[in-house]
Design a protein around this ligand. Structure first.
Ligand code: HQG
Length: 182
């Protein structure tokens, strides 16, 4: 399976499994699962040839492990990053490391200093245990800035954290007092 096909399919899956399933007549359940036969049929109507082999290769080889298959192999979901209102994954609460990182773009800083980190269109603020990963995330939107989040203090103050299957840390929002500009 060539890299371009895998990357194109990953982008398509991110779009329909996180944000716009209705674009191909697909439905997601509350845990974000889509029926694989329905996904393949919806994609075919959109002129996109998917099959189980390609989907399996994307799940397996995806650089950020964005997708997972159900135990019975009949369903697929994105493990984090959703904006769709039908999805409300019941992530288990988890104890975060003392410090987590968020990468953003310098043009967002004034607003972040005022409002803290808020999820935007997605369901959570996304945090990483690794500085380099966070910087890469920030680079997508412009000149990257690294923010250090006092996750231990947030946790002690009662804020809930979750960890998606691919390691990304999630929380509802980060108030200004827990953010340090690194
Ligand atoms: C910013 C990728 C102004 C925030 C990554 C970010 C991640 C504010 C943007 C995942 C703000 C939202 C998510 C405030 C936050 N004022 N801007 N008060 N609070 N922001 O894409 O974290 O490759 O929804 O800093 O790896 O960038 O798609 O979130 O810049 O895990 O799998 O608002 O997406 O994963 O942008 O990225 P996003 P994100 P994938």
């Amino acid at each position: 399976m060539d890299r371009k096909t895998l990357d194109d399919t990953s982008k398509f899956l991110s779009y329909v499994l996180r944000h716009q399933p209705e674009a191909i007549g697909l439905t997601l359940d509350g845990e974000g699962w889509a029926d694989i036969d329905a996904l393949i049929a919806g994609a075919a109507r959109d002129g996109r040839a998917l099959d189980r082999m390609l989907l399996g290769a994307v799940v397996e080889n995806n650089n950020k492990k964005r997708f997972a298959l159900s135990a019975d192999g009949q369903r697929i979901r994105a493990v984090q990053g959703h904006s769709h209102a039908a999805v409300a994954i019941a992530y288990a609460p988890a104890v975060p490391p003392a410090v987590l990182y968020h990468g953003t773009a310098s043009r967002f800083l004034d607003s972040i200093r005022e409002r803290g980190l808020v999820p935007g269109s997605r369901h959570h603020v996304h945090l990483s245990a690794r500085r380099a990963t966070a910087l890469e995330v920030g680079r997508r939107y412009g000149s990257p800035v690294l923010l250090e989040i006092d996750a231990r203090d947030m946790h002690l103050a009662g804020h809930l954290f979750h960890q998606a299957e691919n390691g990304v840390w999630l929380t509802e929002r980060v108030p200004v007092r827990f953010i340090r500009e690194a």
